[in-house]
Design a protein around this ligand. Structure first.
Ligand code: AVJ
Ligand code: FE
Length: 432
C-alpha cells in the first residue's frame, strides 16, 4: 500500500501536467510563426516568451529544486525569468523561436516526468506550483491573443452561451450582514503564500452588487459624460485618461450598426447583458463614484463570496463545497468570453450575489499586501516583491482562468492603469 501511494500520486500529477500542456499547445496551434514570435505590444510578452518561460519555470522548480538535477539550459534562465526580464523588453531579446520553444517544453517535461517517477511528487506543493503556473500563463496568452487581435485556434470553439436572464445591470445590490468572518485559504491543501494565513476579521454590514456591471450600464456611463466629468475621477485617474485619450473600455468601437466589441474570436455587437471587461482600476473607481458607490475591499469581496451567515462558516466556493462546473461558473476558457450577468444562478453566494467566480476579474479597493503573519513561500518573487508598490487586488477569476487556479481566496494583482487583463467591476455601497 505504502509503496503504491507515491506512484499513484506521481501519475495523477503527470496526468494533470499533460492536460495543462495540451491546452497550452492548443492556444497557439493554429497561429502563424510570425504571430507566435512577434512582440505585439509592450504590455504583453511575445507568445513564444510565455512558452519558453513555462518550460524554464518547470525546469527550475520540478527538475532542479524538487529533483536536484541541473538546469537543462542554464544560459536561458535570465531571459525567461519574469523578474530579470520585464515585459517591455521581451521583444528585443534573442528569444527561442517557436520550434525551439516547443522542443524546450517537451524536453523539460520529459525530465520532469523522470523526476516524478523517481522520487514521487513529495508533498505535491512544487508540482501544484508548476501546474498552476502553466494554467495562469494560459490566461496571459489569451490576453495577448485578444489584445493583438490574432484570433484563437479554430480548435477553441466556444461552448454555447447561456441566455441572458435579464434584470441585471450591475446596479442591483444585496446586503451582507456585519460581523466576523474568515478570510484566506484553508490550512490544508495548496494555496499561494499571499492567501495565508487564514484569519478572522470583522466586516461591518455593506451592500454589494448582485452581479458585475454590464456593458449596457457602462454605455450609459459613457454616454452620460462618464469620461468627461472631472468630479468623478481621481487626480491620477484623470491624468491617465487624458494622456491616453481613453473614452471607453478596451476593445469597443463604433460601427454603422452601433457599438461593437472586439471579442477573442472577432468583432461582435456589444452585448448589453454581459459584464463590462477591459476597464482599468481608474475607470472602475470613476464609474463607482458616478453611481454613488465604491469598489469593495477584498475582505468585503471574500465575505460576500463565501460567508454563510446562517452557519457562521466560510464556504469553499460561493455555492458550497462542490468543485466548479460549467453550470455554476464561467471559468476554464470554455466560453471564450464573459457570459451574461446572472446566467449562472446555481453559482449563487450565500448573500445572493451571482457570478462571483468566473466571467471577469473584479477590481477591489485594496492594495496588494501580505496578510498579517505573511511568510513568502516558496520564493519572494511570487508575491512579496509586489507588496506596497501600487498594485490593486482583483478577485474572482475570469472566463479565461482555469478552475484549478481560481478559488474564492485567490488574489490577483495589477497596476491601476492596466486593462488588457479580463477586468470588470462589481460595486459596493456602505449600509444605509
Ligand atoms: C498573479 C497573474 C499577477 O502573471 O504576473 C505568472 C502570475 N506569476 N508567473 C503574473 C504569475 C508568475 C501573476 N499574476
Ligand atoms: Fe510566470
Amino acid at each position: 500500500m505504502a509503496a503504491t501511494q507515491p506512484r499513484h500520486a506521481a501519475s495523477a500529477a503527470a496526468a494533470n501536467l499533460a492536460e495543462a500542456r495540451e491546452r497550452t499547445l492548443a492556444l497557439v496551434a493554429d497561429l502563424s510563426d510570425a504571430d507566435v514570435e512577434a512582440a505585439h505590444s509592450a504590455l504583453m510578452s511575445p507568445l513564444v516568451w510565455d512558452l519558453a518561460h513555462i518550460a524554464a519555470y518547470e525546469d527550475l522548480w520540478l527538475v532542479h529544486r524538487h529533483g536536484g538535477g541541473g538546469l537543462l539550459q542554464p544560459e536561458l534562465a535570465a531571459m525567461y525569468d519574469a523578474f530579470e526580464t520585464p515585459r517591455a523588453v521581451r521583444g528585443d531579446l534573442p528569444l527561442l523561436d517557436r520550434a525551439q520553444a516547443l522542443a524546450y517544453l517537451a524536453q523539460v517535461r520529459e525530465r520532469a516526468l523522470e523526476v516524478l517517477e523517481g522520487r514521487g511528487p513529495g508533498d505535491g506543493t512544487l508540482v501544484e506550483l508548476v501546474l498552476r503556473h502553466e494554467l495562469q500563463h494560459g490566461e496571459t496568452m489569451l490576453q495577448a491573443i485578444e489584445h493583438a487581435r490574432l484570433l484563437p485556434s479554430p480548435a477553441l470553439r466556444p461552448d454555447p452561451r447561456p441566455p441572458a436572464p435579464g434584470g441585471h445591470s450591475g446596479l442591483e445590490s444585496v446586503e451582507v450582514p456585519g460581523g466576523p468572518c474568515t478570510i484566506g485559504a484553508r490550512r490544508f491543501g495548496f494555496a499561494y503564500d499571499n492567501e495565508r494565513p487564514r484569519h478572522r476579521t470583522h466586516v461591518p454590514s455593506f451592500r454589494i452588487g448582485r452581479t458585475p456591471v454590464t456593458n449596457a450600464t457602462w454605455m450609459s456611463f459613457t454616454e452620460g459624460g462618464g469620461y468627461e466629468r472631472r468630479e468623478w475621477w481621481s487626480d491620477e485617474g484623470w491624468s491617465w485618461k487624458e494622456d491616453y485619450d481613453i473614452t471607453h473600455p478596451g476593445g469597443w468601437a463604433r460601427g454603422p450598426a452601433g457599438r461593437r466589441q472586439w471579442r477573442i474570436d472577432g468583432w461582435a455587437p456589444l452585448h448589453p447583458d454581459e459584464p463590462v471587461v477591459h476597464v482599468s482600476w481608474f475607470e472602475a473607481d470613476a464609474f463607482a463614484r458616478a453611481h454613488g458607490a465604491r469598489l469593495p475591499t477584498e475582505a468585503e469581496w471574500e465575505k460576500a463570496a463565501t460567508w454563510d451567515q446562517a452557519t457562521g462558516t466560510a464556504r469553499r466556493h460561493p455555492w458550497g463545497e462542490e468543485p466548479p462546473c460549467p453550470l455554476r461558473a464561467n471559468l476554464g476558457q470554455a466560453g471564450l468570453g464573459p457570459h451574461p450577468a446572472g446566467a449562472h444562478p446555481e453559482g449563487e453566494a450565500p448573500c445572493g450575489a451571482l457570478g462571483m467566480l468566473g466571467d471577469v476579474w473584479e477590481w477591489t479597493a485594496s492594495d496588494f499586501r501580505g496578510y498579517d503573519g505573511f511568510v513568502a513561500r516558496p520564493y519572494r518573487e511570487y508575491s512579496e516583491v509586489f507588496f506596497g508598490r501600487g498594485y490593486r487586488v482583483l478577485r474572482g477569476g475570469s472566463w479565461a482562468s482555469r478552475e484549478r487556479a481560481t478559488t474564492a481566496s485567490t488574489r490577483n494583482w495589477d497596476l491601476p492603469v492596466r486593462r488588457q487583463i479580463f477586468s470588470g467591476v462589481r460595486l459596493a455601497w456602505d449600509a444605509d
